[in-house]
Write a protein that binds this ligand. Structure first.
Ligand code: 5AD
Ligand code: FES
Length: 352
């Protein structure tokens, strides 16, 4: 198995059979070797720095009905909220003081947030904090809309592809959602010039090894600057309430594989990973991740943005989160830095 891991590190590619071998159960020794190699590659590119992104969950209204997601349209048990522009800006203000130089505006697909409203918000954040990057995570929109948001100053866009297999996509989403459109959105975002993040849940219902291989192939093709992966965690008010969740070990293994596949990728150790294991985020960093996305949302709304059950950090203020994270990061031998934390391209220069 170590020869396969070396080959992946060297060529950033494997055959389907080799990927399958790596994704099927591997020995603890091989697991250790895989994460060591991933860490080496991460350190070669980004040193010991950990980038932080201030996550602002600004609306939990959503027009979509994904079977796995707690804020899906049909979940009548969610108390819906929208932050005002003033509330969002005050999250940025406190985040800036705490050392954040990237703000991630994440929300459900909420028609209230027209291009006009979002553009105005983006321009105001950029006016106040010209040194900060803005990442959007607001789902599928038209290319025109993506273009306007980019022109207003958005730098990055997160849109997980969720699964690269069409049939599996259709098992995770109602018929009104289209796999082709999702991929088109990712291509549009790339073309416009965003730093783009895609990604998938690990262990989502019906996920097979062959689907994960297709996910890895999609990453090879799309060459995203960021990849967000975390375990699927059932949410009690969704159609997938009774399904099994993803595992820590599979998530860690995929983090390491993705690091070797895309050496310079920005790879978060996600809150979902921290939710299924109290040391999940630390383990993620030690498996090749180099980004953390703590919550900057006002404490009053955090519990309402429950994509999955038992989400951590919903009772914490932003300042507590950052202190707690700093201690966690230190325990791994890495350190949080005050930086935009842009993607470093293959020539070693920052993309702006
Ligand atoms: N468990 C884990 N991750 C989830 N997401 C949505 N619902 C869940 C869940 N139940 C992820 C999706 C989405 C991202 C914002 O959160 O991958 O793209
Ligand atoms: Fe939020 Fe630890 S990261 S309390």
């Amino acid at each position: 198995m170590q020869a396969i891991i070396d080959k992946l590190e060297l060529t950033h590619n494997l055959s389907d059979d080799e990927f399958a071998a790596l994704l099927a159960t591997i020995s603890p020794d091989d697991e250790k070797y895989l994460s060591q190699r991933a860490r080496k590659v991460r350190e070669k590119c980004y040193g010991r720095d950990v980038y932080i992104r201030g996550l602002i969950e600004f609306t939990n209204y959503c027009r979509n009905n994904c079977y796995y997601c707690g804020i899906r349209r049909d979940n009548a048990h969610v108390q819906r909220y929208r932050l005002t522009a003033g509330q969002i800006l005050s999250c940025c203000d406190s985040g800036y003081q705490l050392g954040f130089r990237t703000f991630v505006l994440q929300g459900g697909e909420d028609a209230y947030f027209t291009d006009e409203r979002l553009c105005e918000l983006i321009r105001e954040i950029k006016r106040r904090y010209p040194a900060c990057a803005i990442t959007l995570s607001v789902g599928e929109r038209s290319k025109d809309s993506y273009q306007r948001l980019f022109a207003a100053g958005a730098d990055r866009y997160l849109l997980r592809h969720e699964t690269a297999n069409k049939g599996h996509y259709e098992a995770l989403h109602p018929a009104e959602m289209s796999f082709c459109h999702r991929l088109q959105c990712l291509r549009d975002l790339k073309e416009i010039g965003y730093q783009v993040g895609c990604g998938m849940m690990v262990g989502s219902p019906g996920q097979k090894i062959e689907h994960l291989i297709q996910d890895l192939r999609l990453l090879q093709e799309l060459q995203p600057e960021m990849v967000g992966i975390g375990p699927f965690i059932p949410q009690h008010d969704t159609p997938f309430a009774q399904e099994a969740g993803g595992t820590v070990s599979m998530t860690l293994r995929l983090l390491s594989i993705i690091r070797l596949l895309l050496p310079n990728v920005l790879l978060p150790a996600t809150t979902a990973l921290g939710t299924i294991d109290p040391k999940g985020r630390e383990k993620g960093l030690l498996a090749g991740a180099n980004v953390l996305m703590p919550n900057l949302s006002p404490t009053e709304v955090r519990k309402k943005y429950a994509l999955y059950d038992h989400k951590i950090c919903t009772g914490e203020e932003a300042a507590e989160c950052i202190r707690c994270l700093a201690a966690r990061v230190e325990s791994t031998g890495y350190k949080i830095v005050v930086s935009r934390g842009d993607h470093i391209d293959k020539e070693g220069t920052k993309i702006r």
